[in-house]
Design a protein around this ligand. Structure first.
Ligand code: 1PZ
Length: 207
């Protein structure tokens, strides 16, 4: 039985959470995006890793730790803006482990999932390898060293099939397509919003 809160429906949760963030990102009248709601939405992405198998444990650990850092920061910092401002003041924007650096990494993870879904929606057949590899090449590979790229390309051979993934998502194909498209659509303005936070302060996004 489906739990009423949708605990066993990771795609549904992601789609819902990002719709809310998208409305904040798109409405110039709305107050600045809250770190708590951003990090909460990202938390919903974490269960996806569990569906990919053991090969991506290392990626899960990295992503989950960074989302957790943002969630903890949200106890004392209200908005993404003020979090970045604080790191600018402290001169630690690019320092390993800084909130702002973690935000950039998490943003890339969201972009990875967006591209993965986008490619899955237009790819025939049951293999996830092609869409996953194309998404990785675009979103993350340019920022990763040789060892990580190697580990990822090995991991791509261990991915479940699309059908197996849908079972783990607890969705049929039609419902999954709608939810993936919802995320793709909602995520786009959110990523744009975060990008703007970096570019408007000349912090760059390619590091
Ligand atoms: C079917 C789906 C296939 C998914 C393939 C996903 C491959 C992701 C591989 C990511 C490996 C991450 C290992 C650690 C990388 C870190 O060095 C960097 C920099 O961190 P820092 O130096 O600032 O501490 N971290 C990242 O690049 C963040 C990566 C986030 C990855 C999120 C992927 C989300 C995929 C979910 C798919 C459902």
């Amino acid at each position: 039985m489906a739990a009423p809160d949708g605990d066993d429906k990771p795609l549904q949760k992601i789609s819902d959470a990002f719709k809310v963030l998208a409305s904040v990102a798109q409405d110039s009248q709305s107050p600045d995006m809250e770190l708590a709601s951003f990090s909460r939405a990202c938390t919903h992405v974490c269960p996806l890793f569990g569906c990919l198998g053991i090969a991506f444990k290392f990626a899960e650990k990295d992503f989950v730790a960074k989302v957790k850092d943002l969630a903890e920061a949200s106890n004392s910092i209200k908005t993404l803006q003020s979090m970045i401002e604080q790191d600018v003041q402290n001169n630690c924007v690019r320092t390993a482990g800084s909130h702002t650096r973690n935000l950039l990494r998490v943003k890339r993870g969201l972009d990875m999932v967006r591209l993965l879904f986008e490619y899955m929606l237009v790819t025939e057949g049951s293999s996830l390898r092609d869409p996953a590899s194309k998404a990785y090449e675009k979103a993350l590979a340019p920022y990763h060293g040789w060892a990580i790229r190697k580990a990822v390309s090995a991991g791509l051979y261990t991915l479940p099939t699309k059908e197996q993934l849908l079972v783990k998502f607890n969705e049929d194909e039609a419902a999954a397509r709608v939810l993936m498209q919802n995320y793709v659509t909602a995520c786009t303005p959110v990523l744009q919003y975060v990008d703007n936070l970096f570019t408007s302060r000349d912090l760059g996004t390619d590091w």
